[in-house]
Design a protein around this ligand. Sequence first.
Ligand code: GDP
Length: 316
Amino acid sequence: MKVAALAGGVGAGKFLRGLVRVVPPEAVTVIVNTGDDLTLHGLHVSPDLDSVTYWLSDLADRDRGWGRRDETFRALEEVRRLGGDPWFSLGDLDLGTHLTRTHWLHEGGTLSEATDRIRTALGIRSVILPMSDQQITTWIDAIDEESGGALSIPFQVYWVARGARDEVKSVRFEGFDRARPAPGAEEAIGDADVVVICPSNPVVSVGPILAVPGLRAAVEVRKDSVVGVSPIVRGAPVAGMADRLMPAAGLEVTASGAAAAYRGLLAAWVIDERDAELGPGIEEDLGIRVGITDTLMTDDRAAERVARAALSLLDG
Ligand code: GDP
């Protein structure tokens, strides 16, 4: 069985560890959001690509959620001491990834090529693709929390530098009109037996992937084989600040609202057992099957249970 997975960062990384316990890792192609990519200290940083890569190689820090396990932050402490502004945490081991990727990009390689070299070096058998080799940037239009004025900032400035404190008015993707899907992404969706939308932020993680010209259409034609997992449990994100962004996209912060983000793209949707009462309404509203399980992925066994629940919804 071949699986194509659309992925953000942490929620996706945890889920994918379960998925590769259910299907052979080499049968999985992960298409990852790069709308949050940014240049820091001259380095190309791809937060979601790195989260997926670290989780699949079992190098992720499970407690922190992002970055590498057994990480230190000495380089960044030195940046601060020298008068630089280390507003975005980059660990010492993590910096090795960014240095290597940036070097290969400067040599003329593509982000897909760099991503593939890194995942191969780390022993990952699943294919990891950025959504596009062209830069698409997620911008947030918000109301400045202090001045009350209008603010237009890249997603990571909103999220990390400003701690998601400003009221979001809208989310925009810049550059998608010049972008193409990464080589292999449309084919992976077209060839897959199952397309999974990981439990990721529907607005700023999966939204940018679907904004790449061609990718929404590629998923839409496969809608009978598409299953998603809700990142929202009991009206709140399990981690992160999706509740700050979903209302700006006209979505209720519930498992139903997250499903509605994918209206017309889904055959099935997995919700948490704590939200079981929402199941019939989602089935009726979207005309899809709903599966119910404990979706809290506290370890790989739990993630495997969620992956099995998702795949079994499309059986027969
Ligand atoms: P980010 O870029 O790291 O924020 O990446 P994602 O969009 O993939 O991850 C954030 C989303 O994952 C949030 O909306 C979380 O609610 C969701 N998430 C994280 N852990 C879990 C979990 O154990 N279960 C479920 N159902 N969702 C989770």
